[in-house]
Design a protein around this ligand. Structure first.
Ligand code: DX5
Ligand code: ZN
Length: 221
């Protein structure tokens, strides 16, 4: 398995939220065979966000389908309650929302005890200051560039100053990830803001030719 922390290379991470779940393994194979770096898994509870996606059972299915790094993004109100099952199912990283917890430092430390990488993320409206106290405790920061809940939304360029600000505060071993509305146009501004990892759902899975879609994204990096 390729560890995305092992290099400084930019990474393209398709989110299976926009995949066809009637043939999930074929969808996963299609993107991984066509140059995707790893998979992004959007867990939603219908409470923290107004949508329900999937949980540990589907993540375990993704694990059995693919020998790649699995990056779990928990859009849920109780990340610590479900993180152990999600790691057990095969996730390699757990990213939690700062808005969902009272003590992000403690939550990051608890997640790290599970033996996975730890990420923190914030909604577009949440200021960077909310995550600053926890930055030393995490491996990655995920900048949300749409209001979390659904794929296929429009990129919010107003989050780019937050990406730039976070990047200046990260150590060389930490990574900056962006999620929401990334396509062959918007990825350029995200790259210029210092983003390392790019989550893409609809701009890959809604295209019939995933090889061409990923190649076009990569050509911009
Ligand atoms: C949004 C999710 C994203 C989403 C991205 O709530 O966290 O990962 O699937 O979808 P696109 O790339 O279509 O904006
Ligand atoms: Zn996501």
């Amino acid at each position: 398995m390729q560890d995305p922390f092992a290099t400084r290379d930019p990474m393209i991470a398709p989110s299976i939220l926009s995949a066809d779940f009637s043939k999930l393994k074929a969808e996963i194979d299609d993107v991984l065979q066509h140059d995707a770096d790893f998979l992004h898994l959007d867990v939603m509870d219908g409470h923290f966000v107004p949508n329900i996606s999937f949980g540990p059972a589907i993540i375990a299915g993704a694990r059995r389908s693919a020998d790649c790094y699995l990056d779990a993004h928990l859009m849920i109100s109780e990340p610590l309650r479900y993180a152990p099952a999600i790691v057990k199912a095969g996730a390699n990283s757990i990213t939690f929302h700062v808005e969902a917890v009272d003590d992000p430092v403690a939550v990051a430390r608890e997640i790290r005890k599970l033996g996975c990488h730890v990420g923190i993320t914030l909604r577009p409206a949440t200021p960077v200051e909310a995550i600053v106290p926890a930055l030393d405790e995490v491996d990655l920061v995920l900048i949300m560039s749409v209001v979390p809940g659904f794929s296929g939304q429009k990129f919010m360029p107003e989050v780019l100053p937050k990406a730039r600000e976070v990047k200046t505060r990260l150590r060389a071993d930490q990574r900056l990830e962006i999620d929401g509305g990334i396509n062959a146009d918007t990825i350029v501004a995200a790259r210029d803001a210092g983003v390392d990892w790019f989550v893409v759902a609809s701009a890959v899975f809604d295209k019939p030719d995933r090889a061409a879609a990923i190649a076009e994204l990569r050509s911009k990096l």
